[in-house]
Every structure is written in C-alpha cells, then in structure tokens.
Design a protein around this ligand. Structure first.
Ligand code: PGA
Length: 252
C-alpha cells in the first residue's frame, strides 16, 4: 500500500446483472460497516441499465456507484452510447474508461480514452483510466513501454480534478492468473514515477489500482505492494461476500 492514500476498491460488473441483482448491492451496503468505511472507499460499477436503481439504493450510504464507459460528447447522434452527463444524472459518481475489453472489443484508442476522461470531469465524475499489456507484449518485454505509453496518452495533460489509474494486465483479466507481486511493484512504481515527473505533487496523490483476477485469497498480498492503492475487481465483485473480503484485505 502506498503511503497515506486512502484505498479504493471498485467492482466492475461488466455485462452482468439484472434488477434482481439489487440484492447484491443491498448486501454490500449492509456489510460495509463504519469500521471498514473508515479505511477503504467502495465503488460498484453495474451495467448502464442498473445505474439509476443502484444510485437510488446507495443514496445516503457510503458506497459510490459508477459506470463502465461513457461517450466523450455531451449529447447527439451516437446510437447506443451514453454521455458522462447522463451517468451523473443517473446519480453515479465515477466512470471506468479504457478498459481493455473496450480497447480491444470496441477499437478504442488512447486518444478516445483521453477524451472520455475529460468528459468525465466535465460532468463532475471521477474517471478511472485503465491500462495494461497483453500476454504477447509482456512476453516480448514491452510491458513498461506499453503501459507508459497508455498512461502518457490516455490520461490528459492537465488534471482539473481527481483521476484514478487501474493497471490491469490483459492476460490476468478473468483468467485466474496474476502477475507476481514483484511484477506488480515494477509496473506500479514505473507509473508512479511517470506521474510525478509529469504532474509533480499531484502525481503523488493519484490512486493506482491493480486489477486482474483479484480474489479474497490474493487481495491482501497484492494490496500490500508499494504503490498499489486499491483494486479493480471483475468477477469477484458480483458476490457481496467476496467483494467485501477483498476490501478488508485491501486495508489489512
Ligand atoms: P477480473 O476482471 O477480476 O474478473 O479478472 C477485472 C477487470 O476486468 O476489471
């Protein structure tokens, strides 16, 4: 865990969840007691169809709600997309941008993601910018070069408000595989140095999440790595008990 940054554990539900899943959020809210809430921030990012219901349910509680993507424009002829303003209007506080499933599956470029991060700020949302190398890139020794390029080009040059960066090795997402703690330390340390060089003191306070097969059994070990300030959790975030166990591991 890095210094004194308050950890954030964010759940990315991806394309999972129906109205009945509100029960999972209810359980998360109920079990996120004051002791835990005093030590770690929680964010749940359901699919867009559930944003309003989740935000309504979380209102007055400490669990924040976020979206998984946004369009960079305010409004207009963009069939199927939602704007950052719509996400804010639904009651959400954050948005994930540049997840590898968007980069790969929807052809999103670093420039697209940079524009989405700016849109998030425009709407008063916290952008969570995802970066990470593929297996082939890691095997070719390109991990740091790839991640540093993504950070350089996906995170805007000026930071008018807070931003979170999530390092998610593509090969670790949904596979049960995780990098060694040494590998995580290397990448997170490099991102931190890059941010400090670029933003000065502001770069010290940006939370860096690790994501990719985070589970209750490995959370404490991963979260203890220097410059890891929380987790972006996919599969395990669909289960309230697992999500909360990860949050506890994060601040243990
Ligand atoms: P996972 O997904 O925890 O299921 O590996 C992480 C993510 O894609 O954010």
């Amino acid at each position: 865990m890095a210094g004194n940054l308050r950890p954030l554990v964010a759940g990315n539900w991806k394309m999972n969840g129906l109205k009945a899943s509100t029960e999972v959020l209810r359980a998360i809210i109920n079990d996120y007691d004051a002791a835990l809430a005093g030590r770690v921030d929680l964010l749940v990012c359901p699919p867009a169809t559930l944003l309003t219901a989740f935000a309504d349910l979380a209102q007055g509680h400490r669990v924040a709600i976020g979206a998984q993507d946004c369009h960079s424009e305010l409004a207009g002829a963009f069939t199927g997309d939602i704007s950052a303003e719509m996400i804010a209007d639904a009651g959400a506080a954050a948005v994930i941008v540049g997840h590898s499933e968007r980069r790969a599956g929807h052809g999103e470029s670093d420039a697209d993601i940079c524009a989405k991060a700016k849109a998030a700020w425009r709407a008063g949302l916290l952008p969570i910018v995802c970066v990470g190398e593929t297996r082939a890139q890691r095997d070719a020794g390109q991990t740091l070069a790839v991640v540093e390029r993504q950070v350089a080009q996906s995170v805007p040059d000026t930071l008018p408000a807070d931003v979170v960066i999530a390092y998610e090795p593509v090969w670790a997402i949904g596979t049960g595989l995780t990098p060694t703690t040494g590998d995580v330390a290397e990448v997170h340390g490099a991102i931190r140095r890059q941010l400090v060089a670029r933003y000065g003191g502001q770069g010290e306070s940006i939370r860096l999440l690790y994501g990719g097969s985070v589970k209750p059994s490995n959370a404490a070990e991963l979260m203890a790595v220097e410059h890891v300030n929380g987790a972006l959790v996919g599969g395990a975030s669909l289960f309230a008990a697992d999500f909360l166990a990860i949050a506890r591991g994060c601040c243990g």
